[in-house]
Design a protein around this ligand. Structure first.
Ligand SMILES: [Zn+2]
Length: 222
């Protein structure tokens, strides 16, 4: 509890979200283990460890999601923040993958990063980050998944636009805001689609391969 409370140390009795200024009840955060704002969906936890002593995978999922949206000039800083979050974990493997991604990014200009992102995720259908078509063969199932994800993201205050609600970044944000069992359920559905993207990238020398491999590692149950 104390660890969670420290995230909001500016005021003990009246805690407000730094993004939307909505009031957050510390009791509610402790009770549900929620680390996000109910009003605007902003991820609020910054600690790599949770109050119960478990590793904060939600933070890693959030940092990975930040790297799967259209790059902005702070992209390499975000990659560094993600690397820092992953390095705090127990395993070297995802940290090595993420370090490889971060190192390759440093050799590219922002314009180059943006171009590779668009060519890869918007221009190559097998690498599309809108996952419903890859997960489900039937159109009705695809539409159902998109509708369910929209409802879930809206209920958690997460902004969907300009992406479709089945976008990998939004699936990761939904996972980090779910209770552990439901989060694993969504990971189980999303993982094969991520593996397909990794397979499509293999041998293409794409800078994003290590990023998608990191996502694959994090979603794989072990
Ligand atoms: Zn908020």
């Amino acid at each position: 509890m104390r660890r969670v409370a420290r995230l909001f140390k500016s005021s003990r009795h009246s805690i407000h979200c730094p993004k939307c200024e909505g009031r957050i009840s510390p009791g509610a955060i402790y009770r549900t283990g929620a680390m996000y704002c109910d009003h605007c969906g902003a991820w609020l936890a910054t600690s790599h460890w949770l109050s119960d002593g478990s590793y904060n995978w939600g933070l890693v999922l959030e940092r990975l999601a930040d790297l799967l949206i259209e790059p902005t000039p702070e992209y390499t800083d975000r990659a560094q923040a993600c690397l820092t979050a992953i390095q705090s974990g127990h395993s070297n493997q995802p940290a090595t993958l993420m370090a490889g991604f971060s190192d390759r990014l440093k050799k590219l200009s922002f314009e180059q990063i943006q171009k590779v992102y668009r060519d890869t995720f918007e221009g190559t259908p097998s690498c599309s980050l809108s996952l419903s078509k890859s997960i489900y063969g039937f159109r009705g199932d695809q539409e159902n998944f998109v509708a369910r994800m929209s409802r879930e993201l809206e209920s958690k205050g997460v902004q969907i636009a300009p992406y479709s609600s089945d976008h990998l970044s939004l699936c990761l944000r939904a996972m980090s805001r779910r209770c552990a069992a439901l989060g694993e359920d969504l990971a189980f559905v999303v993982l094969p689609a991520v593996s397909k993207i990794v397979a499509a990238m293999r041998g293409t020398n794409n800078v994003f391969e290590d990023l998608l491999s990191t996502v694959e590692w994090v979603l794989t149950p072990r």
